[in-house]
Every structure is written in C-alpha cells, then in structure tokens.
Design a binder for this molecule. Structure first.
Ligand SMILES: Nc1ncnc2c1ncn2[C@@H]1O[C@H](COP(=O)(O)OP(=O)(O)OP(=O)(O)O)[C@@H](O)[C@H]1O
Length: 556
C-alpha cells in the first residue's frame, strides 16, 4: 500500500541540503529573470576596446575574448539554459507520464507497443541524434532540447509504468473498481497521486542533465550565435584559457552549481516525498463462489464458469444466490474461490480467459455490464480492510464518492448518509471517523467502514471475502453479526467466502464446497453439517471440528 506522509513540504524545508539547493536555484532563476535590471550591458554587443577587460566597475566580472560583458552573458545565459532545460523536461514529462499511466494501467497492446518504442528510443545515442538535429535544422537549441525531451521520455515512461503497475495491484484500487468508479476517476484519485512524487524527483534530475547536455552542445559551438549561453561562454573561455583562465570560472561555476543543486534537490525530495513505503498488500482477496442446484429464479445465477490462465483454475462452476440468502463458499486455499468471486465481480486480470454465463436479476451479463453493476448493485467486502482504503484520503471522502456518483447525492446529503451508515455499523464517534485517515482507525473499524461503504448504494448482492480473517478475534463475531443483520434488514443476497465452518454455521443459509476449481457439494447449511455427502466435505469438517470444535461433531 502506498502511504503518503503528511507535511511533505515541511519535511523538505527541514532538510538543510534542500534549503541550500532551493536558495541557490531561486537565486539563479531570479538573477536570470532580472538580467536586464542587474546588468546594463547587452550580452551580445562586443567592444574591441574591452577585449578581455579585467574586472572593473563597468564590467563587474570583466569582458570576454571579443569584449562582451561577462556578467550580462552569465545572467542572460542562465535564461537560455533554464528555458532549454524546461523545454526538454516538459516534453519528457508530457510524453512519458500519460503513456506510462496508460501502459501500466491497461497493459496489453498499448503497453507492448509503448514499451517496445521506449526501448528503441533508449537504445539510440542521444548525443548523435542531437548533433544530427542541429546540423539539419541549424542552431536552434530549443528544438534540440525538444528532441532531447523526446529521448528522455522513455525514462519517465518506465518509471511511471513501474509505479502504476505496482499500485494497480493494490487492494484499494480493486476496491475502487468494485465500488464502481470509472478508470479515469481511479487514475485521477488513486494512481496519479502515487506517481507525482517520482515524477517530480525525476524531473529535478532531468533538469540537471538537460543543462549539462545543452551546455555541452553550446560548448561545441552548436548553439545560437545570437543567444548568450553558459556553453558558449565556456567555448569562449576555453579559447582564452592561457591568457585569462578566470573566464572559465563563471560559466563553469554556474553550470556546476545549477546541476548540483538540481541533483541534490532531487535526492532531498526523494527522502522527504519519496519513501512511498510499500506495505504488504496482504493476500489476494478471496472471492465468493457457490454452487447450488441451478435456480433460474436466483438473484445471481452462474452457469458453467471457467477461468483459465496457463491451466484451468475454475472448471465449470454453477451456483445460485437467491435474494435474502447467504451462500457460504468454502474450500481450501487455492480451490478457486477468489477466482470465482472475481469473475462475478468482473475483476479478473486481463490475462484470464473466462467463459460461462452470469445472470443477475434475470439479465444475462457481459463483463462490461458486470462492471456497471459493481458498487451499485453488486458490492464487495474484502479480506484486508486497511489495504482497501486509500491512505491518502479521509474516510468521509472515500465513503461519499460512490454515493455521489451512483445515487447522485449532493455533497451534504452524501455526508449525512455516510454519518448515518457509520453509526449503523457500530462506530461510536462517526464524525471523528468520517474526518480520519485510514491509518488513524483500527482494523475492526476499517472493516466496519468498508461494510458501510459496501451497503451505501443499497446493493442487491454483497460478496464478502473472508471478511473477518484479518481482524482481532474479539471483533470477528461482532463484524459477522453486523453483516448478517445488514443482510437480513436489506434482504440482500450474499456470498460469503470463508474457510471457517463456524462462520458458515453462524450466518450461512446454504453452503457450496469448492475443491480444485469445482463445486463438489452444495446443500442447506444444517443439512450439510448433519449429513455431508462428499469425502472432501467430510475431510474439511473433520479438520475444522478437530481444531476448533465449538459444537458437536457431526456424523460423517
Ligand atoms: N493471475 C493468475 N495467474 C495464474 N494463476 C492464478 C492467477 N490468480 C490465481 N491463480 C491460481 O488460481 C487458483 C485458484 O486461486 P484462488 O485465489 O481463486 O483460490 P482461493 O480458493 O480463493 O484461495 P485463497 O483462499 O487462498 O485465496 C490458484 O491455484 C492460483 O494459483
């Protein structure tokens, strides 16, 4: 899970290195901007009588080999260097960020094509391309910097793609999808904030690099003859290195200071902003699936669901959930419960091959249609409450957004409903929790918040994936009671994925037992406990009863 720390700007300003870098860069920017005010000389006007003039009142830093004022050239040269670097970085970010976002988020063909293009661009030697561009288009340094921006874009692309690829696996992104948020909104709310920090850090590093490259090209005489630049100053100073070596000092110091300041500032930002710490995402949410005798009157009917990757992991599951009924889906780890539930939620990864039929409330559903029902009519309660809340947003914002979107509630109506729901799920101080960030509440409270969120848009079907396993035992029973009471008061259908027969006995009406991708037995809960038919069910029951045994062993 990606955690954004509070007070990042303040953290940066507490770092002495960052303060010095910001001061140096601020000074360079201001001095360059105020060049006409700070120097009365034109940076390009040469005066033969002033050739290599020493430091004087008229020329505070002396004059160069053709009698131009060194201070004026230094100040105006700062403009050229900073603007050129800005052009390069702007192009790199404009190309790299959106393509990285799209490739990391959607993958597939766009990812393949853009990654291939990025690799190709990275293999091209930048300096050779720039020399060719300058030779062809003449001495247009800004155009050269645009091209350099294109060549730096793959670096940004790869960074952003990697960040997005990791964050899109986070459970809170799945949760956002489950709550029915569209891709654009998920990207804006959950993905973009995570890539901003690495982008800023990379931009600082790229600024320094662009200034070095630009100065190098100008030093080679490829810059504009009519534009003062630090590189051109170095070129002139080099020609006069034996007669007036101090001329090298000013542009050399300007380039070195600027590049060092950008580099060190990037590092300081990485320390202050970065460390977007990764916490274990926890195990993948296990979805629910149930088999039952096919019942076309069901709220949800799944027929012959198959999910395969390299091998088939769900092999022909059929199940029905009726309105107001809780179907327990049990089975060992890896039996395919999660894959079945994710298929119903439309949340399987793109590489999954899915077949079968889903009928929800009498309507056959395509995957796109399922996506439209998520959040509104089909809700999801995950296993890991904390990982399913975005750490960057307050609880209130995360609760109200789906309501405003799906129920078209006003901000204040959504707030009122959220507070009512928080009270309904047993939260003592709804106002405080509403205004809290996820890290400020306990796991039990977070699960109550997610349950409140799941029922907030009055769904018909609730899919809960091991909703209590991540919780303290003392709150497990309370959370189960809460789910059961919400389910019966709203007459929702519910699929409860669990490995715990105690939970099944407590709240499930019917049970479907899953083994290696198939439902091997399905029956009303009492019947299954009283008379399990399949050896696998008997084995699961025996092992559960041996370990926990809160009730009497059922006859095998
Ligand atoms: N993206 C994937 N690519 C290939 N195989 C996968 C993928 N996701 C899941 N599987 C496989 O599908 C099988 C079923 O997994 P699933 O997560 O549905 O099991 P589960 O019964 O929910 O178990 P658990 O309770 O541990 O989550 C497992 O063998 C798993 O390795």
């Amino acid at each position: 899970m990606t955690v954004r720390r509070p007070g990042l700007a303040r953290r940066l300003l507490r770092d002495p290195v960052a303060i010095v870098c910001l001061a140096v860069l601020g000074l360079i920017v201001v001095a360059s901007a105020l060049a006409p005010v700070l120097s009365g000389h034109d940076p390009n006007t040469s005066s033969l009588t002033d050739t290599l003039a020493p430091i004087s009142g008229d020329h505070p830093l002396g004059a160069d080999g053709v009698g131009r004022d060194v201070l004026a050239r230094l100040l105006y040269g700062g403009r050229t260097s900073l603007l050129g670097a800005l052009v390069a970085v702007a192009v790199a970010v404009t190309l790299g960020v959106p393509t990285g976002l799209l490739a990391g988020y959607y993958r597939r063909t766009f990812d393949a094509v853009s990654s291939w293009t990025a690799n190709l661009l990275m293999a091209i030697p930048a300096i050779v391309v720039l020399l060719v561009v300058l030779a062809v288009v003449g001495q247009n340094m800004y155009l050269a910097m645009m091209v350099f921006g294109v060549l730096m874009a793959p670096g940004v692309f790869r960074l952003i793609r990697a960040s997005v690829t990791s964050v899109r696996e986070e459970l809170y992104v799945d949760a956002a999808r489950v709550s029915g948020l569209g891709d654009a909104r998920i990207m804006r709310r959950h993905i973009l904030p995570v890539v901003i920090a690495p982008t800023i850090i990379q931009a600082a590093q790229m600024f320094g690099l662009a200034i070095v490259i630009q100065s190098g090209l100008e030093f080679l005489g490829l810059g504009s003859a009519t534009q003062a630049s630090w590189g051109a100053m170095l070129n002139d100073a080099f020609a006069n290195i034996y007669t007036k070596p101090i001329l090298l000092l000013w542009p050399g110091a300007a380039v070195a200071l600027t590049v060092a300041a950008f580099g060190l500032l990037g590092n300081a930002m990485r320390d202050a902003l970065g460390r977007l710490s990764k916490t274990p995402a926890g195990s993948a949410p296990a979805p629910a699936s149930a088999t039952a005798a096919l019942d076309d009157d069901g709220l949800l009917v799944v027929r012959d669901l198959r999910v395969s990757y390299a091998t088939e992991v769900v092999g022909g599951v059929s199940l029905t959930v009726r309105r107001g009924e809780v179907l327990g889906l049990v089975g060992e780890s890896g039996s395919g419960k999660t894959q079945t539930a994710f298929a119903v939620l439309g949340l399987l990864p793109p590489e999954a091959r899915v077949s079968g039929q889903l009928v929800f409330d009498g309507q056959k559903l395509s995957p796109a249609a399922v996506a439209k029902l998520r959040g509104r009519r089909i809700a999801y309660v995950p296993q890991e409450p904390m990982s399913n809340l975005d750490p960057s947003f307050r609880i209130g914002a995360q609760l109200t957004e789906p309501m405003r979107r799906h129920l078209k509630l006003s901000r204040s109506a959504a707030r009122r409903k959220a507070l009512d729901l928080l009270a309904r799920v047993g939260i003592q101080d709804p106002e405080r929790v509403y205004a809290s960030y996820p890290h400020q509440i306990s796991g039990g409270m977070a699960q109550r918040v997610l349950i409140a969120g799941a029922v907030s848009c009055d769904p018909d079907l609730l899919i809960a994936d091991e909703p209590t396993t991540a919780l303290d035992v003392t709150v497990q029973a309370e959370v189960l009671d809460l789910m059961r009471s919400l389910q019966s008061e709203r007459q929702m259908g519910m699929i409860l994925v669990t490995h715990n027969f105690g939970v099944v006995a407590d709240i499930c009406d019917r049970v479907a037992v899953m083994q290696t991708g198939q439902i091997v037995e399905s029956a009303p809960a009492a019947e299954l406990f009283a008379n399990p038919q399949h050896p696998y069910t008997r084995m699961l029951l025996d092992s559960t009863l041996e370990n926990t045994s809160p009730r009497e062993k059922e006859p095998a």
